[in-house]
Design a protein around this ligand. Structure first.
Ligand code: ADP
Ligand code: MG
Length: 263
């Protein structure tokens, strides 16, 4: 049977294609990955597409200031400043608190977050809305065991406000896990960003690990971040054994270091 599903464009054509058109309206999507993999850049595309589609946009930034986000967006020709001035978007700054700033978070906790988001939504008015929380893991940095409970609470409270939500989650570099888990349990979709060094060069990739109600791409796709343009999909990555293996000269150095240590 044909089921019609309204999908929101992510603002990145290649990613929309991986998602059979985009993210289903009302979904909570987790964007997970290590630092520097493109999560924030993707979040900016998603926000900017919302402006273009006449959605209300609420962007919560926890690891960078509002100014930093606006500057980064400008490099990709997204004028978030203007969108804010025109009452189409609100950027909630959870990093810098300022007394005379209505849209900063007093406290980095889940309750304060949810209240501020609802206040922002009331201000922007009715209609299809996009909520971006970058990053969600900030809210349980000192209590990772609460991740699942918090994620669930946020979803339960916010789901009746006509949001389609994108939440990023930082991964600990050392363990490559931990921080994301709570979010992944409640998420309707999971998009993983990753990176690795291939032939002495940093390669970034994305993988749609989950998207309910969607025949999505199952392949790892390389991405690029271009000045003036932003995120683009380069195409499927064929991870070979060679890509994952250590370079020959490194192996040689390890062998000789081991030899020096003796038996
Ligand atoms: N103007 C630009 N031109 C090209 N690449 C950029 C530009 N701005 C940022 N980048 C790339 O994006 C990376 C940051 O990506 P970001 O989305 O902030 O990562 P994270 O996953 O930590 O949120 C930088 O390390 C850089 O490689
Ligand atoms: Mg980021």
């Amino acid at each position: 049977m044909t089921v019609h599903i309204e999908r929101l464009s992510t603002g990145v054509l290649g990613i929309d294609r991986m998602l059979a058109g985009g993210i289903p309206r009302g979904f909570f999507v987790a964007v997970v990955g290590e630092p520097g993999t493109g999560k924030t850049v993707f979040a900016l595309h998603y926000a900017w597409q919302g402006i273009k589609d006449n959605d209300k946009v609420i962007y919560v930034t926890t690891e960078e200031s509002r100014e930093s986000i606006i500057k980064q967006a400008k490099m990709f020709n997204m004028d978030l400043d203007k969108a804010v001035d025109e009452g189409k978007a609100i950027i909630i700054d959870a990093l810098l608190k300022s007394q005379n700033d209505e849209w900063s978070l007093e406290e980095v906790d889940v309750e304060a977050l949810v209240n501020k988001v609802i206040e922002a939504k009331r201000k922007l008015g009715y209609g299809r809305s996009r909520l971006i929380i970058d990053s969600m893991s900030t809210f349980w940095l000192d209590k990772p065991a609460m991740a699942r409970k918090y994620s669930y609470a946020v979803k339960r409270v916010l789901y009746r406000w006509d949001f389609t939500v994108l939440m990023t989650s930082q991964y600990a570099i050392t363990t490559s896990s931990a921080f994301g888990w709570g979010l992944e349990h409640v998420a309707d979709g999971i998009i993983r960003f990753g990176r690795k060094v291939v032939g002495g060069e940093l390669k970034r990739y994305i993988l749609v690990e989950k998207m309910r109600q969607t025949p999505h791409d199952l392949r790892v796709n390389y991405i690029d971040i271009k000045d003036g343009e932003g995120l683009v999909i380069l195409g499927p990555a064929n991870f070979s054994k060679e890509d994952l293996a250590l370079p020959e000269d490194v192996k040689r150095r390890i062998r000789s270091a081991n030899k020096d240590l003796g038996p």
